[in-house]
Design a protein around this ligand. Structure first.
Ligand SMILES: C[S@@+](CC[C@H](N)C(=O)[O-])C[C@H]1O[C@@H](n2cnc3c(N)ncnc32)[C@H](O)[C@@H]1O
Length: 443
């Protein structure tokens, strides 16, 4: 049985002084000697809170009232803040969010890698709203309410938020969520559409409707009419192996595009391809990666986890040869097409599973002057030991997970002999607790 004091704590609101912020944006304090994570509370604030869940070693709580607010606090702009799991930092001023993220990056580098950069570069920032060009929305028919919900998951829950608007999504879709909900409710197959993928290119926004049952002509007509009315391309994603097809407009091409004007590049992508979520920040990120890597006309460069060539092709404008490595065959094909489209010949691409590397990979038989790494959240632990014999004097690591960046940085520094020269936090995902970062290693 729980001690009485704790049972009481669960029911009664308590006033606490918040000490620090957790990596996911919750206030941290101790209550009766137990660490408590308080939703909606900021460091140095006095809040009235209620414990919502007791775990063996920690408590979870939610803020009922802010008694004395921190200077970093601001009014959240989105009506769904606090419910939707998409953004957890809208109650923090934009400048303070990025300061917090930088602090979190440095702490994690120290904690998981025992490293700290010689220089911390200014954070890369851009627009805070309407920035998101790729997302997956959940769709569910809720029988009890006799309604369709379209949205992201609620905080710490599997339920979908009933979103009316999303202020971080590109406005061509973020402002159309009510129309989208009504559209799905009007379909005969409204119970068999579990998700919608969103992809926004420079001149076109696309919705990819996943459907578990075949859609009759009447539903297809409604989807096409919706696309036409709101100038959105409509794709259908039936159960695989049936291919994804474009429903509307019929006569246009399947791929979207984004331009990288500073490199005279036009990149094509399929709506389900990986693209960096924030197009504006992506351009700043490429600029910074190139500044740090400093490609020269004699350089051979290895771009690991290259995707559709987002860094490979800009690098190729300045280097002798760039080799891009990627796990997904269709992304390698896209990278090759993008190279051809932009008449770039000094690149070669290879498909390889970098989580299961092998000495026999042909591209590991050469030396490289410089290496760029941009792995998924799990990081690049498996391939890092193989970098030892490549003799690169510079490595630029782009990361969407500071914990795995820190772990891998520790390997690069203590096992491979590199120095962590510089690091910066990149505000790729404003208002969310996701942290994107870049680091430069040199030998
Ligand atoms: C963060 S994305 C970066 C893509 C690209 N650099 C860009 O900026 O668009 C990570 C990439 O790693 C690829 N990837 C994931 N797992 C992989 C694996 N085991 N081996 C090789 N590539 C993998 C994904 O397909 C994706 O393209």
């Amino acid at each position: 049985m729980m001690p009485t004091t704790q049972s009481k704590l669960q029911n009664q609101p308590i006033t606490v002084l918040v000490q620090t912020l957790s990596h996911d944006g919750r206030g941290i304090t101790t209550i009766n000697g137990i660490t408590a994570f308080i939703e909606g509370a900021l460091p140095n604030e006095t809040v009235l809170c209620q414990i919502t869940k007791k775990h063996r070693n920690y408590l979870e709580a939610k803020t009922l009232e802010v008694i004395s607010a921190a200077p970093e606090r601001t009014e959240p702009k989105c009506p769904h803040f606090g419910v939707c799991g998409g953004c957890s930092m809208q109650h923090i001023k934009a400048g303070s969010q990025i300061e917090f993220k930088q602090q979190s990056l440095l702490e994690q580098l120290q904690r998981f890698g025992k490293v700290s950069p010689k220089e911390i570069l200014a954070p890369l920032t851009g627009s805070s709203w309407g920035y998101r060009r790729r997302a997956r929305l959940g769709v569910k028919y809720v029988k009890k309410k006799e309604r369709v919900f379209v949205g992201f998951r609620e905080k710490m829950s599997n339920l979908l938020t009933d979103l009316k608007i999303c202020l971080v999504l590109h406005p061509s879709i973020g402002e159309r969520l009510t129309d989208l909900t009504l559209l799905i409710e009007s379909l005969t197959q409204y119970e068999h559409i579990p998700q919608i993928e969103i992809a926004v290119g420079d001149n076109e926004a696309a919705l990819v409707f996943r459907h578990m049952r075949e859609l009759p002509a009447e539903d297809l007509d409604k989807l096409s009419a919706f696309g036409q009315k709101f100038q959105l391309s409509i794709y259908l994603q039936p159960n695989s192996p049936a291919p994804i097809t474009k429903l509307w407009p019929k006569d246009s091409q399947e791929l979207l595009t984004y331009a990288l004007p500073e490199y005279q590049l036009n990149m094509q992508f399929h709506p389900l391809d990986f693209v960096q979520i924030n197009g504006e920040i992506n351009q700043h990120l490429i600029n910074l990666a190139l500044t740090l890597l400093a490609p020269e006309p004699t350089d051979t460069i290895l771009d690991l986890f290259c995707g559709l060539g987002n860094f490979t092709l800009p690098l190729a404008r300045y280097a002798k040869q760039v080799t891009g490595i990627e796990g997904a065959k269709e992304m390698v094909n896209r990278a090759q097409q993008n190279a051809a489209l932009n008449q770039i010949n000094n690149v070669d691409f290879h498909t390889a599973n970098l989580m299961e590397p092998s000495d026999s990979f042909p591209w590991l038989q050469k030396k490289y002057d410089k290496i760029l790494l941009d792995p998924p959240r799990t990081g690049a632990k498996e391939i890092i030991p193989y970098l030892a014999k490549l003799s690169a004097k510079r490595i630029v690591y782009v990361s969407c997970n500071p914990a795995t960046l820190a772990r891998d940085a520790g390997e690069l520094v203590y096992k491979l002999g590199y120095t962590l020269k510089k690091a910066a936090v990149i505000n790729m995902f404003p208002h969310t607790n996701h942290i994107e970062a870049i680091a430069l290693f040199e030998k």
